[in-house]
Design a protein around this ligand. Sequence first.
Ligand SMILES: N[C@@H](CCC(=O)N[C@@H](CS)C(=O)NCC(=O)O)C(=O)O
Length: 220
Amino acid sequence: MLTFYHTPLSINSRRVWVALLEKNLPFEAVVMGLGGDQFQPEFLSLNPFHHIPVLVDDGLSVIESFAILDYLEAKHPTPSLLATTPEGIATMRMVEMVTVNELVPAINPLVKQMMGFGQDPDDVLEQAKQKAEVVLKFYADKLGDQSFFCGDQLTLADIVAGTFAPWFESLGLPVDSYPTLQTWTERLMDRPAWQTTQPTARDLAAFRDRMKQRMAAQGQ
Ligand SMILES: N[C@@H](CCC(=O)N[C@@H](CS)C(=O)NCC(=O)O)C(=O)O
């Protein structure tokens, strides 16, 4: 049995959670609060860097969400979440890497604002939006008129970028300018794996409160 250590609101966890559901794999979920439980010796023995997600399979602890995705694909190749053509593989990897290396740092100030954790100056927010929009345009270009980034088949590209997509509007990004991206987002949101893993407004409010308490305790 697979054991999946995660936090439902974590985007790093969610990509693994979606993959587990898309592959119809049974797993036991261990929900972490990240309020100190990640520093307990038992968890540190699974991940010395105290991060979720962690997947434990038959005594093997796999850390780092992308390593977990690779592991799941190698061990449970059907249904496949990998592109098959050279162009598809390149697109898949580009979308994955652009998401973590370009989108994530770009939207930091916007996430902070959305969560009510603080407000950066207007020029910082504007610059964040401009950088994020370059990523939206990149996604739209790669998507073209296809259902998914690599054609008709859902791949890791859709999972990695598509677990951010439901937040674009709340982050204040101009999604209206990219209708194909909106349709793609709706297509993903129709899938049970996205519906199961989408945090509710209540989850979000509870997370926000927990984080604010923690930041206050740390004098931030
Ligand atoms: N590169 C890691 C990042 C994991 C990560 O940053 N996890 C955060 C939650 S999103 C975490 O566990 N934070 C708790 C901590 O650092 O103590 C991955 O992709 O798995």
